[in-house]
Design a protein around this ligand. Structure first.
Ligand code: ZN
Ligand code: ZN
Ligand code: ZN
Length: 546
């Protein structure tokens, strides 16, 4: 009897002890701040290729001390900026979140629509009229939205980028603010969707005129140019200088761009990333992020890597230099987080919104199949096709983002499925085109994994997308003859680094296939909030500490 009592006593006390521990531990174990970093147009191989050139405090620190997914991919097309940023932070694809491209043909208004355009709101912080921007077209919640709901509004959520869409989609609908760069003034601005006026600290930040200071420095290589052996020669026919210099060669100078109205040039230099980091640090400090028990979210997208990548391509000295410099910006930012928020108080993830293709002419010169294609020319060709085949060229509305939009009222007269299928049969006779599928396949099919049809279906929104989707052959693109672009279903555009680092993250790496849409549920689980409401994927258990 006595023994039983003793056992009972021990059971009660140990039981309550461990429960008390858990209760005590739970709130403290949650990160005080989540930082989501997107590098615009960063292919996974940039981690490997420049590894020996990176310092110890930037990319290397994240990889060595965090969890690195080495085989993470976009699981939809098109692999471009608007959909990329939306998918990272919603945990789903354009099929659900609705951001099917940067610009798309809007059936209701019969006009092209920019993904963050919103005429019902006004810009805040600039005099430029008619540039209302908001997340109104984003159909599902983001990590930040759920954080706001979960904390009854007490969590702070901010998004920062040079590009408006790269600040707005990561921040989400319920954020305190998204801030982006206004080309004409060189200021970071916002929208009446979020704020009535810019915070005082931001007016002070803008008053410093940092774009001018940075442009005055010009752009030369960080290290001696002869050490850039990861890249092809600086002067080559695959690049075009953004400042209209006759040769695409270092050093670049910007004395013609030092006046308001021309500060947009800073985006085409590595200083675009510098000013983004400066802005992120200013926001972190002034908004006191990560200081209380309510987890905050700061999203940062580095846009200049993309803008420079488009002009010079992935083999250029210019892009190597941008990454070496971005590595230093990351180092400074991580040090600031350690000092301001505390080493163990934040979790950070870094990824990219898409990769990038090689310059087709460069591939051709290396005997690798690739070429150029023009969607506007295809449109002309299709008008002739519809006239010849159906005696009605007005069936075609147009081609946008590798989708063909047809006139629904004209299709009433002819069998829709028949027209779509015949069009697909025709499209695959065109040299540039690899595959084409009608809407019935994308609406009703069931495809898995990395099948191009699965990627098309995940990118296919039933209300917003077109009648037929097509994919080009690998290496082909719609782009001018210098520089390059992205948007395809192939690994050069889908394969991006995903690195988690900080509070709650295991150390390690994995070569298993993971999808970009797994980031949001992983972070949501870590900070114990609902997954974004359209989330279609699972968290990655391996990444999270036991
Ligand atoms: Zn992008
Ligand atoms: Zn060059
Ligand atoms: Zn781009």
């Amino acid at each position: 009897m006595r023994l039983k009592k003793l056992y009972f006593f021990l059971f009660i006390s140990f039981g309550s002890y461990s429960f008390a521990q858990q209760v005590k531990k739970a709130p403290n174990s949650k990160p005080k701040l989540v930082v989501g970093i997107v590098v615009d147009q960063m292919r996974n191989d940039y981690i490997y290729r420049y590894w020996d050139r990176y310092g110890d405090g930037g990319f290397k620190k994240l990889v060595n001390k965090g969890f690195y997914l080495r085989n993470a991919h976009y699981n939809y097309v098109p692999t471009i900026t608007g959909p990329g940023h939306a998918s990272i932070f919603t945990g789903t694809t354009p099929r659900v979140h609705g951001i099917i491209a940067n610009d798309w043909y809007d059936k209701a208004s019969d006009k092209e629509l920019y993904c963050v355009k919103d005429e019902k709101v006004k810009p805040v912080g600039t005099d430029v009229k008619s540039r209302g921007r908001s997340p109104v077209n984003l159909l599902s919640t983001t990590i930040g939205d759920e954080l706001k709901l979960c904390s009854n509004g007490k969590s702070k959520v901010f998004g920062i980028a040079l590009k408006d869409r790269s600040a707005i989609f990561p921040a989400g609908h319920a954020a305190d603010a998204a801030f982006w760069y206004d080309d004409s003034t060189g200021y970071f601005i916002s929208s009446s969707w979020y704020v009535k006026e810019l915070p005082t600290w931001l007016n002070e930040f803008n008053a410093k005129q940092l774009p001018k200071t940075y442009l005055q420095k010009g752009w030369n290589t960080l290290k001696p140019i002869e050490t850039y052996t990861n890249s092809i020669a600086d002067n080559n026919t695959y690049e075009k200088a953004a400042n209209k210099k006759a040769t695409p060669t270092f050093p670049y100078e910007y004395s013609n761009y030092l006046i308001p109205g021309k500060y947009g040039m800073v985006k085409e230099t590595p200083y675009g990333n510098t000013i983004t980091k400066d802005m992120a640090i200013a926001c972190l400090k002034n908004e006191k992020l990560g200081k209380d028990e309510f987890t905050d979210l700061l999203t940062i997208s580095f846009s200049s890597t993309d803008i420079i990548g488009h002009e010079y391509g992935p083999r250029s000295v210019e892009i190597e230099d941008v990454y070496l410099r971005l590595d230093l910006e990351l180092e400074e930012f991580i040090k600031t987080l350690d000092a301001e928020v505390g080493v163990n108080n934040y979790v950070l993830f870094l990824t990219a919104d898409h990769g990038v293709a090689e310059v087709p002419n460069y591939l051709k010169d290396n005997k690798i199949p690739a070429d150029y294609f023009e969607e506007k020319k295809l449109e002309k060709q299709l008008r002739e096709y519809f006239l010849k085949t159906f005696n009605d060229e007005k069936i075609l509305i147009g081609c946008f983002n590798q989708q063909v939009f047809l006139n629904e009222s004209n299709l009433d007269k002819i069998n829709r499925q028949y027209v779509e299928q015949k069009l697909c049969d025709y499209l695959v006779t065109i040299d540039a085109i690899a595959e084409a599928y009608p809407s019935s396949v994308l609406k009703n099919g069931s495809f898995e994994g990395r099948d191009v049809k699965a990627l098309m279906q995940n990118g296919y929104n039933h209300q917003r997308s077109g009648n037929v989707a097509y994919e080009l052959k690998p290496g082909w693109m719609d782009h001018k003859k210098t520089g390059t672009t992205h948007g395809a279903s192939y690994s050069y555009d889908t394969h991006v680094p995903v690195i988690f680092y900080g509070n709650g993250i295991e150390k390690g790496s994995s070569l298993n296939y993971y999808k970009i849409t797994q980031i949001a549920p992983t972070i949501s689980d870590l900070i114990k909030i609902n997954y974004p409401n359209g989330c279609t994927d699972d968290p990655i258990e391996k990444v999270l500490s036991k």
